[in-house]
Design a protein around this ligand. Structure first.
Ligand code: CP
Length: 303
């Protein structure tokens, strides 16, 4: 069967129809994701190439592949692979794409997934490239919003590190497909880069405080301060701990207000929020499995 897309490097490559298709396929896969198996991808091999730490992206891709009957090989840490001997990313990709049917890559450099796709014989999925994009996270974020309410015309607050968070950079573009009203809440030093604000026009408003709009929104999407992206650690220490979602703040929100976070969390959501009906971040992490099943089966022609 023809795939709707060969690689998945950036969320703009997908039309609204593509996104809706992936969400409905993920819904079909959800029962298998909840501890069952199928043989849709039997005989297929996924290569996980992670050059940066990951728990959810790496493990949920591996879970998704195995629950669909496929196999996975992982690049060992860069220190004990031939990257330590000076091998380029292009050469690594040329070689690994001869071994596997699809590659997932996470890399600290923006643009690395795009470069990988240029040298690969097989589909490449971007599992996060520096402060660039994280399109599979965006699809699971959209799936979470879709499953837990309505994805159209939502009012969403993006809170935290809007400068370096690749999950925000991907999500904000996808939200515009669904006519979202977007509120940006961040410390001055972590504001959304100007090019994103210009692209999004009137659907985006910067506000000083979450408390000012909490009664008007359906979703709060919180991000960690991306310490690893700061060129100067003193700058990080100036903003560390400058925002935190508490149970008390949520008392003024709508009953159906959901709090999302791509995780990992550091201190930006108080653990007391976990026990409230608003907390959606652990379920959101689970949704990574059916969504990545839908993506893998699509790029491998079984969508
Ligand atoms: N959300 C996310 O990308 O998590 P990991 O860094 O653990 O993969």
């Amino acid at each position: 069967m023809m795939s709707r897309f060969r690689h998945l490097i950036s969320i703009e490559e997908l039309s609204k129809g593509d996104v809706e298709y992936i969400l409905s396929k993920a819904d079909e896969f959800e029962d298998i994701a909840k501890k069952s198996f199928s043989d849709i991808l039997k005989g297929k091999l996924l290569g996980n190439l992670f050059f940066e730490p990951s728990t959810r992206t790496r493990m949920s891709f591996e879970t998704a592949m195995k629950r669909l009957g496929g196999e996975v090989i992982n690049l060992n840490t860069a220190e004990i692979s031939s990257i330590a001997k000076g091998e380029t990313l292009a050469d690594t990709i040329r070689v690994v794409s001869g071994y596997v049917d699809t590659i997932v890559i996470r890399h600290p450099k923006e643009g690395s997934a795009k470069l990988a796709a240029e040298f690969s014989e097989v589909p490449v999925i971007n599992g996060g490239d520096g402060a660039g994009q994280h399109p599979t996270q965006t699809l699971l974020d959209l799936y979470t919003i879709w499953k837990e309410g309505d994805i159209n015309d939502i009012r969403i607050a993006l809170v935290g590190d809007l400068k370096y968070s690749r999950t925000v950079h991907s999500l904000i573009k996808a939200l515009s497909l669904f006519n979202a009203e977007i509120y940006l809440v961040s410390p001055e030093a972590l504001r959304l880069p100007i090019q994103f604000r210009e692209e999004l026009g009137n659907n985006v408003v910067e506000v000083d405080s979450l408390e000012d709009i909490i009664g008007e929104i359906n979703v709060i999407y919180v991000t960690r301060i991306q310490k690893e992206r700061f060129p100067d650690l003193d700058e990080y220490h100036r903003v560390a701990g400058s925002y935190r979602i508490t149970r008390k703040m949520l008392e003024n929100g709508e009953e159906n207000l959901i709090v999302m976070h791509p995780l990992p969390r550091v201190d930006e959501i108080s653990p007391e929020v976990d026990a409230t009906a608003h907390a959606m971040y652990f379920k959101q992490a689970f949704y990574g499995v059916p969504v990545r099943m839908a993506i893998l089966s699509e790029v491998m022609g079984y969508g």
